[in-house]
Design a protein around this ligand. Structure first.
Ligand SMILES: NC(=O)c1ccc[n+]([C@@H]2O[C@H](COP(=O)([O-])OP(=O)(O)OC[C@H]3O[C@@H](n4cnc5c(N)ncnc54)[C@H](O)[C@@H]3O)[C@@H](O)[C@H]2O)c1
Length: 316
């Protein structure tokens, strides 16, 4: 396997353009396909804007090209990352095309947020090379990629994908079972479920939920995972706490009716000016900028610490 294998990205949206940027920065030739030409027209400008914000060199842009023809985008690809909308029928149709048009040994990966990979690739002939790579937004700032095989995925494809991601400066982890939500989104949405229930039950308002997380355990999460934390306080204390609190946690089966009510009322979040909270255009811009700046500083601090200790696990 080449050190800088050719990459194809399917879908030039939020995730697709960011993933293209990661591989171009790592020196790979990246061909990007999108079914809608408008996404391709802005591809270079969006990557260039990210690179300038990060104060990264922009010369890697010459390695990225946009293609309105799928077969052309797949030419010589060793890895294909599907980043199309989170709709099962769209992803199934794309994988059927990829199976037909991609080089026979290319790894075919879906960036689905939560769908079991088997639900997308079940029934395909060449399932051995199909897997999930779940990246996080923005892909060029968040290190983790969850790598998910189905029972039909051959280990060599999983290993090649983990090696590729590591070389590109990511932190890949292997998820051993092909379950909805993988690991990260199961954890994240367990928290969101309880956050929504606290508001729905009138225990506190949405702003308070966010303040509690950001001003308490959220501060530690980037350096202290939940199970490290449980070990730190001791498993007996964890058990005592769970005996009292676990029976009181939300058990609504399915989405909370409070969330469904927001959507029925046209409260779609930042894009409509109100969701759980209200947003002016400036507040929404500030929010995005705050996240970008924070992630950038965190990565720089971790790089500096890694360089000082010789530990370079997170390098993006
Ligand atoms: N946005 C996130 O934070 C995030 C994080 C992790 C994973 N994901 C997942 O990544 C995938 C892409 O999400 P996104 O946020 O980049 O979406 P997006 O809407 O920004 O981009 C999707 C792109 O796919 C294109 N497209 C639509 N139909 C297509 C087709 N048939 N073939 C090729 N391209 C097609 C669209 O034109 C668009 O450019 C989804 O599965 C999503 O759940 C998103």
């Amino acid at each position: 396997m080449s050190e800088r294998p050719n990459i194809a990205i399917i879908g030039a949206g939020l995730m697709g353009h960011g993933i293209a940027q990661v591989f171009a920065r790592a020196g790979s030739r990246v061909r990007v396909y999108d079914a809608f030409p408008a996404s391709l027209d802005s591809l270079h400008a969006r990557i260039e804007s990210n690179l300038r914000d990060l104060e990264d060199p922009v010369d890697c842009l010459s390695l990225v090209s946009g293609h309105a023809d799928l077969g052309e985008a797949l030419l010589g690809a060793a890895f294909v990352f599907e980043c199309a909308p989170e709709k099962l029928e769209i992803k199934q149709a794309i994988f059927a095309d990829l199976e037909r048009l991609a080089p026979p040994d290319a790894v075919l990966a879906s960036n689905t947020s939560v769908m079991p990979i088997g639900s997308i690739v079940g029934g395909m002939r060449t399932r051995a090379r199909m897997l999930g790579t779940h990246w996080w937004n923005p892909p060029f700032l968040v290190p983790l990629v969850e790598v998910v095989g189905t029972p039909d995925t051959e280990l060599r494809y999983i290993e090649a994908t983990m090696a590729l991601l590591t070389r590109a400066g990511k932190t890949p982890v292997r998820v051993m079972k092909d379950v909805a939500g993988f690991v990260g989104n199961r954890l994240q949405h367990a928290l969101w479920r309880e956050a929504i229930a606290l508001v729905a039950e009138g225990i506190c308002d949405a702003r308070t939920v966010d303040t509690v997380v950001k001003a308490s355990f959220g501060r530690r999460l980037a350096v202290l995972g939940p199970l490290e934390n449980a070990d730190l306080v001791g498993t007996e204390l964890t058990l005592d706490i769970h005996r009292t609190v676990i029976p009181c946690l939300d058990r609504t089966p399915g989405p909370n009716p409070y969330l469904e009510g927001l959507i029925a009322d046209g409260k779609l979040g930042v894009k409509s000016g109100e969701g759980f909270r209200t947003w002016t255009t400036e507040e929404a811009q500030d929010l995005r900028k705050r996240v970008f700046t924070y992630l950038r500083k965190l990565n720089a601090a971790e790089r500096a610490e890694g360089a000082a200790s010789g530990d370079q696990e997170i390098s993006t």
